[in-house]
Design a protein around this ligand. Structure first.
Ligand code: UDP
Length: 502
């Protein structure tokens, strides 16, 4: 007699490499380690959508999806939805939320009406796709939210929601136009205090047009059966404990730290990736500072020149992923349409010649996970995107925190504080948009991290956390056990459904 059906989990990843990559790794592990069937649903590749971001990243999405299929994970792409009625200049976050909202009926049709689809055991949208949770309720399966950011970011969302939602009573909720401001400084469970400028974009001020959108999204979080978070217990135990307490009181869904999910992207342009790695092979062990601002970070022309001069003055070796500078003051180029120009042409005159031999500048993209785990890489000047931070910690590479947008300043505060992770030095300047970080500050921070006393403490702490990150997915490791616990529940429910049908 055939056994019970393999429980089937559908995961929904919002646009962007920083969301898709860790979720695809979750999907892969659900199949490879936990014996589930999984399908990852994505949105149409953004490079063809109205916002046109990530144009300088190699077409990430299709490569990630094809590597997933090789690993036995099903994939599906939602149909494109029209977005051309959005006002010009609308923020990329607003485009994301709108695209997701307009896609929900298609997702529902895919899950509820497609008779050919295997029956569902759980639905796992990511933290921007909480609008999909009612579909889980409709189907009578648990809906868990995947969080590709830190658990502290969800804590901030919870604070914002509770502040605006009297006793969780939606009827008494504060409505549009009269939101209450998050009080600052906001103390995180780990003890780090966030001044207003370190709150995530959109949540810094209730005047921000995104504030209400985030509150709305956060309110939906209450309907989740739990959060599956790309983090691990030891990097922020206080926040995990705080979520445990809140869940016991029924105040907020429980959180399961199930990461870190670190994977080499399968989308790398082989030739340029090889050029980076071959250059690293020729450098002395522990000598190279890797510099990158993620998939969309952008510096001004003036800031690019100061960074170049700072790297040159530091005297250290470096591998710098240079992206097109922004000419309009934006700190990201999500909305950039023309990415065909050569960013290296914007470097200061003579810089490449003067640093040749000890510095390598590459245009737009490097095989980051492999760069970080290369034995010659010793430090990472990073925009503090959460994936980059986890990849750095998992490779035991300390950081210089240079946050730009989204929740990166909050990450920088957490990563650079002793009460937090303590794995980064934070630049003094660069706290406000528009402030240029001077060459002296860049050079001093690089020297401190590579040679100084403070740098030594940060390097030691990074080494300790690296071991904890390694252990998290060892047999009996904390993250593996947490995911096994959740998957066990899905399996038990699926067997129950199977019995009902017999
Ligand atoms: N990445 C990469 N090469 C680059 C820049 C980024 O492989 O030159 C990868 C990086 O390893 C990470 C992701 O892109 O997995 C960026 O995610 P993160 O959360 O750090 O930042 P985001 O780009 O979402 O701001």
């Amino acid at each position: 007699r055939p056994g019970p059906p393999r429980p089937h989990v559908v995961l929904v990843a919002s646009p962007g490499a920083g969301h898709l990559n860790p979720m695809s790794e979750l999907a892969r592990r659900l199949v490879a380690h936990l014996g589930l069937a999984a399908t990852l649903v994505t949105f149409p590749d953004l490079s063809s959508a109205a916002a046109g971001p990530h144009a300088s990243a190699p077409s990430a999405q299709s490569a990630v999806l094809s590597s997933l299929r090789d690993a036995g994970v099903g994939t599906a792409v939602l149909p494109a939805v029209p977005l051309d009625d959005l006002p010009p200049g609308v923020r990329v976050e607003a485009v994301f939320f709108e695209m997701i909202a307009r896609s929900i009926p298609h997702l529902r049709a895919m899950l509820v009406h497609d008779a050919a689809a295997p029956p569902l055991s759980a639905l796992v949208p990511d933290f921007f796709c909480a609008a999909a949770l009612p579909i889980a309720a409709e189907l009578g399966v648990p809906g868990y939210l995947f969080v590709p950011a830190s658990l502290a970011a969800i804590h901030v969302m919870r604070c914002a929601v509770e502040l605006n939602d009297a006793d969780g009573d939606a009827a008494a909720a504060v409505g549009d136009g009269e939101y209450r401001e998050i009080p600052a400084p906001l103390r995180l469970p780990c003890g780090v205090s966030l001044p207003r400028e370190d709150l995530p974009d959109g949540l810094r001020s209730r005047e921000d047009p995104m504030y209400g959108r985030f509150i709305e999204e956060g309110r939906r979080y209450r309907a989740a059966a739990g959060f599956l978070v790309n983090t691990f217990y030891e990097i922020d135990p206080a926040t995990v404990e705080e979520f445990k307490r809140a869940a016991e009181q029924g105040a907020f869904p429980p959180a399961y730290p199930v990461g870190p999910f670190v994977r080499s992207s399968s989308d790398e342009d082989a030739a340029s990736a090889a050029a980076c790695l071959e250059w690293l092979d020729r450098q002395p062990t522990g000598s190279v500072v890797y510099v990158s601002f993620g998939s969309a970070g952008a510096l001004s022309v003036e800031q690019t020149a100061e960074l170049a001069a700072g790297l040159e003055d530091s005297g250290h070796r470096f591998l710098w992923v240079v992206r097109m500078p922004s000419l309009d003051g934006a700190n990201n180029n999500f909305a950039a349409t023309d990415q065909k120009d050569d960013p290296l042409a914007w470097l200061p005159e003579g810089f490449l010649e003067r640093t040749s031999g000890r510095g390598l500048a590459v245009a737009a993209w490097a095989p980051q996970v492999r760069v970080l785990s290369h034995p010659t890489t010793a430090a990472f000047v990073s925009h503090c995107g959460w994936n980059s931070a986890l990849e750095s910690v998992a490779a035991g590479v300390p950081m210089i925190a240079w946050p730009l947008y989204a929740e990166q300043r909050m990450n920088a505060a957490f990563l650079s504080s002793e009460e937090g992770a303590g794995v980064a030095l934070r630049l003094r300047a660069g706290r406000d948009d528009g402030v240029v970080v001077g060459r002296e500050e860049v050079a001093a921070a690089v020297r401190e991290l590579m040679e100084g006393e403070k740098g030594r403490a940060v390097r030691r702490r990074t080494g300790d956390l690296r071991q904890a990150a390694d252990m998290a997915w060892a047999p009996e490791g904390s993250s593996r056990r947490a995911l096994e616990e959740v998957a066990g529940r899905w399996k038990a429910a699926a067997i129950g459904v199977g019995k009902d049908k017999q």
